[in-house]
Design a protein around this ligand. Structure first.
Ligand SMILES: [Mg+2]
Length: 184
């Protein structure tokens, strides 16, 4: 099925992973300061388009750099404050950012692929319907997170995936702007 056939309107919610979708991922590291945060090419334009299509835009991000003591909640708050400010300046919006500070081995329900952050968003925004939601991410844990609550999933990658992984992925896009243009 084509992404356009979903007929996205303001009753839909867009869930977005952060690192590798909104900003450039730091391989084997964490964005701990605003100075290290670099928007991906075309992301601000994409968020502008997507803000006009979706009723809600929500970021769900695992940030175990906090659990590892490499940064504080306040460091992350500053980064996210600036992130939203830049998105607004470019004409887009982010309604809320949920993050999980927990380590992988803590198996906390708030950490993707577990669904805690999705349930929290549904509680904060009762109009959210998961069957009318899309999760966009660049990792398989994002895809599992989306599928665990029956969202549509979009995998952002410029690489080919092994066949076995594809069942959790409904659509592929090269980057966020590519995805936005496919809906437009
Ligand atoms: Mg990611």
């Amino acid at each position: 099925m084509n992404l356009k056939d979903l007929n996205i309107d303001n009753t839909w919610t867009l869930f977005l992973d952060r690192d590798g979708v909104i900003n450039q991922r730091i391989i084997d590291g964490y964005v701990t300061r605003w100075e290290e945060f670099v928007f991906g090419p075309g992301v601000l334009e994409a968020l502008n388009i997507l803000s006009n299509l979706f009723g809600r835009l929500i970021i769900v991000t695992n940030q175990q750099g906090i659990g590892k003591g490499l940064m504080t909640d306040n460091d992350l708050f500053v980064i996210h404050y600036r992130l939203i400010e830049e998105v607004n300046k470019a004409g887009g919006r982010i309604d809320k950012i949920y993050y999980s500070p927990f380590l992988d081995e803590q198996k906390n329900p708030m950490r993707k692929p577990d669904i805690g952050m999705a349930l929290l968003a549904e509680k904060d925004f009762p109009e959210i319907t998961f069957s009318k939601s899309i999760m966009v991410g660049d990792s398989l844990s994002d895809m599992a997170f989306g599928k665990n609550v029956d969202m549509y999933t979009v995998f952002i990658s410029d690489e080919e995936l092994k066949e076995g992984f594809k069942k959790q992925i409904d659509y592929f896009s090269f980057h966020l702007l590519d995805f936005a243009r496919k809906l437009h």
